[in-house]
Design a protein around this ligand. Sequence first.
Ligand code: WTA
Length: 654
Amino acid sequence: MSQDPAKTIHTLLEEKRSFPPPPEFTAQANASDPGIYDLAERDFEAWWAGWAEKLDWDRKWDRVLEWDPPRAKWFLGGRLNASVQCLDRHVAAGRGDRVAFHFEGEPGDTRTLTYADMLAGVCRVANGLKALGIGKGDRVTLYMPMVPELAMTVLACARIGAIFSVVFAGFSAVSLRDRIQDQGARLVVTADGCWRRGKVLDLKAVVDEALRGCDTVEKVLVWRRGEGVTTAGPGGPKDVEWSELVDPQPAECPPESMDAEDVLFILYTSGTTGKPKGIYHTHGGYLTGTYATSNLVFDLKPDRDVFWCTADIGWITGHSYIVFGPMANGVTQVMYEGAPNHPAPDRFWELVEKYRVSVFYTAPTAIRAFMKWGDEHPARHDLSSLRLLGTVGEPINPEAWVWYHERIGGGRCPIVDTWWQTETGMIMITPLPGITATVPGSATRPFPGVQARLFDDRGREVEGAGGGYLVLTRPWPAMLRGIWGDEARYEATYWSRFDGAYFPGDGAKRDAEGNYWILGRVDDVMNVSGHRLSTMEIESALVDHHAVAEAAVIGVHHELKGQAPVGFVILRSGFEPTPELNEEIRNHVAELIGGLARPEKVIFTPELPKTRSGKIMRRLLRDVAEGKALGDTTTLADPGVLAGLKAEYETKEG
Ligand code: WTA
């Protein structure tokens, strides 16, 4: 073990720049032969077909891939059901007694659910949904806490072919309403409440508010969190009690046989405009991609691993690496409802010790928070069960990487830094822990079968070491199939910047060893604590406030969150720039979008830097906010604006 508390992370970072896979890890790894990359490269369709063959199909596909850029179809003619892969086939193979979830509520209540329990639960929910008239192709919106019933409802929808859409329970009523309306949901599933930092959040009240103006919604199914949650709960004319509808249902429900290309779910993510995009994924390809990556990247050994992905199922990470990928592999998982520092900053490490977690997957923003809270918290717990660590969501700074490696992984666990997106559905650039020499801060190489390239701004390929726009130049099974209700936007957003290549919106560099370093978004999207937020969306929320005439938003560097939104606001005449109004405007954004979008700061300004054609120069605002020397200002209509802004910003700092 190389753990040496006396050494600072900084000296460790200086000492070692590359971490070859530990030989004892390689010896037992699901992927240990570097030849796997060439194998996948020689015939990528055969490579993916090989993974698809490990799933149970009702009918085998006729063709692996139809690629009519930018539209791909995978496993054409094949039929299967995603819930069967995650449940029935494990139970049928005699593994029904294996624990699917060790659930831990924030107050400390626990539940253990086996794969057989999950299958029975999923069937009951599926029968309940059918009793409400929900069937194939209907949309169901889920606004639920991190509890096993959320995973069950997701899989129940998959089982009957209903299209589910999970909305993260931190989103506001307005955001929830927009999503319900966009997808035309017939049913909303929610809970009377959940626990967060010792408080009860009333999810049902948010749903009630969101439903004003949602004509398509016929029913609201309400699950009760139980003890201590005393919110109003169900009671309205559309409300249905979970315990009355679901609990009495039979524990069997025949799965709908789905076409590989039928839609499995819609998940909204922020883009460069004010309107979130409903990304949709399909049954066959998505399942194949998440199954394969879970198996190789997390090296899952279903008979002995305990996997813990700390994401919420409301984000793509929870869809792919709590529900579908790990469950299709049949592994045991930990699911935790609440905050990482409740009741104390060692809650996560207490859970790792208690459940003997062996593979742990979290976000850099969380790692930076743990670093700040102090080494004593993990040090107090036995973390020797851990054998592999992962990160996702944003670039990880090398200091945080090394801290994670030493203080959590005891110097012995490989770290997989996984780059991917809501749209890619599955991990795309990542180490394979038994093969890849990892480098702190780099996501290393494309997953076998995935083809990434760097382009310059004229679409010419950058060869060898260098920097540019990251692009994906070959279809992959879990790729998004489109944007719900807006097919033109699919092409315009992802496929128009470069001819024939998918543009994810990230910049990257590649070193001489061929490792990719993701540099972050190059569009008007920021990454706050690993969550995507659109500058336009926050700007729209700011100008929605009656006192705001004009607004510009930028993402500034933030020690813990990675980036944080800062708003520059011009007030309407008659409004005074008071601290109270400032607070009110920031809260308005949280009310419209959700707490995660609340600007870190709002700066009142009489003017914004604009080009002569009236375009706001956000780059200059960023320079002001980050205290950098001002870049080229020659295109500004009124260069004097910046001096005023700088002075205003600096007084706010002080
Ligand atoms: C960023 C989350 C650097 C990136 C799975 C991407 C990352 C966006 C990494 C997608 C990583 C994700 N290193 N940046 N390992 N992983 N990102 O859709 O900017 O919520 O485009 O999916 O997060 O965010 P999304």
